[in-house]
Design a protein around this ligand. Sequence first.
Ligand SMILES: CC(C)(COP(=O)(O)OP(=O)(O)OC[C@H]1O[C@@H](n2cnc3c(N)ncnc32)[C@H](O)[C@@H]1OP(=O)(O)O)[C@@H](O)C(=O)NCCC(=O)NCCS
Length: 163
Amino acid sequence: MTTTRSHPDLRRYASPDDIEPTFTVYQEAIRGTAARVYGPDQVEAWAGPRSTDLKDWDARRRRALTLVAEVDDTVVGFTDLLPDGLVDMLFVHPRAGGRGIARALLTAIMREARERHIPELHTFASRSAQPAFERLGFTLVAHRPKNTVRGVVVPNGEMRRRL
Ligand SMILES: CC(C)(COP(=O)(O)OP(=O)(O)OC[C@H]1O[C@@H](n2cnc3c(N)ncnc32)[C@H](O)[C@@H]1OP(=O)(O)O)[C@@H](O)C(=O)NCCC(=O)NCCS
């Protein structure tokens, strides 16, 4: 079976318009996609409340170099880059999954990182995202079986990629 690749438009996160769409993608990606590999309590803890004051959310997206992917003028995914090479977020809406959106986002982030002379990227990847990071050249360097979110254990793994 072949899956059609999307060719998303990539651009920098812009406040305030991107606040809610990125938060929705985050919620849906965890509740729709990550829920295939984590249990209900883990999903609830990681996703957090559906409705919340998004001031902190916006501030964190603005502090990082956040890239947003759009298809047909709809936000379908986003990722980011911190100055120390941390890729903190990578989320794609389930309806847009499996079509190369994460690949496009991470490829762009690698280009941005090289321009900033960042020698290596690292991330704390969920079990849901590890195969995608591997396809993009990341290597699992440590299992984190005790990673805890809002008091619930949600195992993930530290992954790295030299640039
Ligand atoms: C992980 C995630 C961002 C991937 O997004 P996506 O747009 O569906 O990924 P892509 O279609 O760009 O896939 C990129 C590559 O990874 C591979 N891949 C992605 N998910 C895979 C999986 N579960 N198993 C095997 N391979 C996978 C794809 O085949 C593709 O390989 P190719 O480009 O060499 O053919 C998305 O599934 C998601 O949001 N998951 C839930 C949230 C999450 O865990 N985020 C990470 C937080 S650390």
